[in-house]
Design a binder for this molecule. Structure first.
Ligand SMILES: [Ca+2]
Ligand SMILES: [Ca+2]
Length: 211
């Protein structure tokens, strides 16, 4: 009798344990699902911001170039980045064709008067500058002390380069969301030379494809 009761108690307890474990797994799975979807929703929002901001920069620069066809757009030997000069990249390796980094202080990054991270005075455009402030990458950060294409998490910042003779330019950015980066492959089908950066501009091969 004693052993029968014990056996029943043991079985009941095992069933209860099983139910609790199933309930805990269900709760954890729900939490992981919710967190994952929230994370992806944020990444999608930031990617949408990147599309919109890079297109706005491209349009503003095209407007400037139409208004002042002969004016310089940038120093073509520099790779301009939205990483502020407080993170000094001067010792970091540069892609072939570039001799320096274009960086400005954090306080000037968004400046549209030629002293922001894109060195064009959009305020000179008669009437009103097409952009009120230079957009800066929504996260704008490096994982290490130098840009590294293998960084984890990935380095996220905007880049800009121009060919001042041809009056062509390029802006690019990394994407984050599964929807845009993987499912729609927006960074792979943009007509540029970099499979993992979203590229916008008149010459999408100006910025190096290996960084
Ligand atoms: Ca691309
Ligand atoms: Ca490119």
């Amino acid at each position: 009798m004693f052993s029968f009761n014990n056996q029943n108690q043991y079985k009941g307890f095992t069933l209860l344990e099983l139910l609790i474990v199933i309930a805990i797994i269900a709760i954890l799975a729900t939490m992981v699902f919710v967190l994952f979807n929230t994370g992806q929703a944020l990444k999608k929002t930031r990617d949408a911001q990147r599309f919109s901001e890079l297109r706005a920069l491209h349009t503003a620069l095209a407007f400037y170039n139409v208004t002042y066809p002969g004016r310089s757009l940038c120093d073509p030997s520099l790779m301009y980045v939205s990483i502020p000069s407080e993170t000094d990249l001067s010792g970091c390796p540069l892609a072939a064709g570039f001799t320096g980094w274009g960086q400005v202080a954090n306080s000037s990054l968004k400046n549209i008067y030629g002293t922001g991270w894109v060195p064009v005075n959009f305020d000179e455009i008669p009437g009103k500058s097409p952009i009120g402030a230079l957009p800066v990458e929504p996260q704008n950060k490096l994982t290490g002390s130098c840009p590294d294409p293998a960084a984890s998490p990935p380095d996220v910042y905007y880049r800009f380069a121009c060919n001042d003779t041809e009056k062509t330019w390029e802006f690019d950015s990394r994407l984050e969301s599964i929807k845009y980066k993987d499912n729609e492959d927006r960074d792979g089908v943009d007509g540029g030379n970099h499979p993992d950066r979203y590229e916008v501009g008149r010459d999408k091969k100006l910025l190096p494809a290996d960084e």
